[in-house]
Design a protein around this ligand. Structure first.
Ligand SMILES: *Cc1c(COP(=O)(O)O)cnc(C)c1O
Length: 421
C-alpha cells in the first residue's frame, strides 16, 4: 500500500517569499498530495517495474564508443523517462557521466536534493522569475528569447552577482523554443547589455534526427553554424555548443560538437526509425522491465466473451489468464486484442479490452501455465518455454505512438524496484 503524505498551505500562514507567491490569496487553500514511493514490503499487488541500473552503465559505455572524447550530458527529464530520476542520476554520476539535462526547474531541484553534484541544464524553459531557484540549486537555464534574457539579467543584478551562467537556444527548424534567425541580432544586443549573464553554451534541438531520410541534418547544421558565427562575431565565446539527441549521437558525428544530450539511448532504446535500427556495432540494453503475475485462470467455452464490450469472443474452448495491470498503469488500452505478454518465456496475445486495472491473456497454448506465473509486459523474459523480449518500439508500433511515450506512460502507480546485477 502506498502511504500518502499531505502538505497543506494555509492562506493565513505568513508568506516568507512574496516573490514566489503566484496564487491569489482568495484562492482556496492549496493541498498537495504526493504519494511517496512504495517500499517493497508495502506492495501487495504483484505488478512492478524493475530498473536495471547496470543497463544504464552499459548504455553509457556504449555511447562513449561513438562520442569518444565528447562529454555526455544525459537527459533525465520526466523522471528519467519513467525510470526514476534520482536512482538514474546517482548511477550515471558514479559511472562518470559529464552532466545532466532536465526539462523543468523542479526536476533539477529534485536532483540537487538527491545530492547530485553534476552540472544540470534546464532545457524546457521556465515560466516565472526562477532566478533564486536556479542560483540556489546551481541549475543552468536555457534562454530562448530576449525577454527571458532581460528578466534573468535583471534578477541577477538584484541578487548582486555572481554572473549567472546560461545556455542560449536557437531555432534550427523545430519552431518550438529557441531564437529564430531573424531575432538573433536582438538577442545578441540584449545579451550584451546584461553584464551578469554569462553565455556558457549555444544549443539547438533537431526536429528530424530520427526520421528516415538522409539529409535531415544538413539544414539545421548550416543554421547552427551560422548562429555560432554570429555569436563569435558579437564577441561571445560559448564554451559548449550542443545539438545532438540520441538519434543524432548514433547517426551523425557532425552534430556532436562540445557535448551530446542523449536520452532514449541511455535507457537502452534505439531512437532510429523502425526501418533503420542502425546502432551499428553498438548493443543497447533496455533498462526497464514491467511485469506482473497471473492472479486468475479460467477455461472458457465457445461463444464466451472476454472483458468490457465482449470484444473477444472464443470460437473454441480457451484458457484465459488475468493479470492485475491496466491502462491506469500505463499499459495502453490500444493494446486491446493486439499486444502481447511473455509467460514462461513465450509470447501470448492480449485478448479483450485492456481495462483500468486488469488485462486478460489467452494462455491456451502454454503447457504448465499456473497461478502466480510471472508475466512480462515490457522487457525480456526467459522461462521453460523459451526466451523473448517485448520492446518499447514494438508496443509503440501497436499503439500508434513512439517509444518515448511508452516509457513515460508507465504510471507512478507501478512501484519501481532498482536492480543491481
Ligand atoms: C528530450 C530531449 C533530448 C533527448 O532526446 P532523446 O531523443 O531522448 O535522446 C535532447 N535535447 C532536448 C532539448 C530534449 O528535449
Amino acid at each position: 500500500m502506498l502511504r500518502w503524505l499531505s502538505v497543506t498551505n494555509h492562506p493565513s500562514a505568513p508568506q516568507s517569499d512574496p516573490a514566489s507567491e503566484h496564487g491569489d490569496l482568495t484562492d482556496p487553500p492549496l493541498r498537495v498530495h504526493q504519494p511517496r514511493r512504495a517500499l517493497p514490503t508495502d506492495v501487495v499487488r504483484p505488478t512492478r517495474a524493475e530498473v536495471h541500473l547496470d543497463a544504464l552503465r552499459w548504455n553509457l559505455a556504449q555511447l562513449r564508443k561513438v562520442t569518444k572524447e565528447v562529454p555526455i550530458w544525459g537527459v533525465l527529464k520526466a523522471d528519467a523517462y519513467g525510470h526514476g530520476s534520482k536512482a538514474a542520476a546517482r548511477t550515471l554520476e558514479r559511472a562518470g557521466i559529464d552532466g545532466l539535462c532536465v526539462a523543468l526547474v523542479e526536476e533539477g531541484i529534485e536532483l540537487r536534493e538527491a545530492g547530485i553534484e553534476l552540472p544540470i541544464l534546464v532545457m524546457g524553459g521556465y515560466y516565472r522569475d526562477a532566478h533564486r531557484e536556479l542560483q540556489a540549486h546551481r541549475l543552468i537555464p536555457v534562454l530562448s528569447d530576449a525577454g527571458q534574457a532581460e528578466a534573468l539579467g535583471r534578477a541577477a543584478c538584484l541578487a548582486g552577482g555572481p554572473p549567472t551562467p546560461c545556455h542560449v537556444k536557437v531555432d534550427t527548424g523545430m519552431s518550438r523554443l529557441g531564437v529564430r534567425s531573424e531575432r538573433w541580432g536582438d538577442m545578441l544586443r540584449t545579451l550584451r547589455a546584461e553584464a551578469l549573464l554569462e553565455v556558457d553554451g549555444l544549443m539547438s534541438h533537431l526536429a528530424n534526427a530520427d526520421m528516415d531520410e538522409d539529409p535531415v541534418f544538413d539544414e539545421p547544421l548550416r543554421l547552427f553554424q551560422q548562429a555560432r558565427e554570429q555569436f563569435l562575431g558579437a564577441g561571445f565565446r560559448p564554451r559548449r555548443l550542443h545539438l545532438a539527441n540520441s538519434a543524432a549521437v548514433l547517426r551523425e558525428p557532425r552534430t556532436h560538437f562540445d557535448l551530446v544530450r542523449p536520452g532514449l539511448a541511455l535507457y537502452g532504446v534505439d531512437p532510429g526509425p523502425p526501418s533503420r535500427q542502425d546502432t551499428g556495432p553498438l548493443r543497447l540494453r533496455a533498462a526497464l522491465t514491467v511485469s506482473s503475475r497471473i492472479v486468475s485462470l479460467r477455461h472458457i467455452l465457445p461463444g464466451d466473451a472476454v472483458g468490457y464490450g465482449g470484444s473477444f469472443r472464443a470460437r473454441e474452448a480457451r484458457q484465459i489468464a488475468t493479470i492485475p495491470i491496466g491502462y491506469a498503469d500505463g499499459l495502453s488500452r490500444a493494446l486491446s486484442n493486439r499486444g502481447h505478454a511473455l509467460v514462461r518465456g513465450k509470447r501470448v496475445p492480449i485478448v479483450g479490452h485492456v481495462s483500468m486495472d486488469m488485462t486478460t491473456l489467452d494462455v491456451t497454448e502454454l503447457p504448465g501455465v499456473a497461478m502466480m506465473d510471472d508475466v512480462v509486459l515490457l522487457g525480456r523474459q526467459t522461462g521453460p518455454l523459451g526466451s523473448d523480449e517485448i520492446t518499447a518500439r514494438e508496443i509503440a508500433e501497436h499503439t500508434g505512438t513512439i517509444p518515448w511515450e511508452v516509457l513515460t506512460n508507465i504510471s507512478r502507480r507501478v512501484p519501481r524496484f532498482y536492480r543491481e546485477p
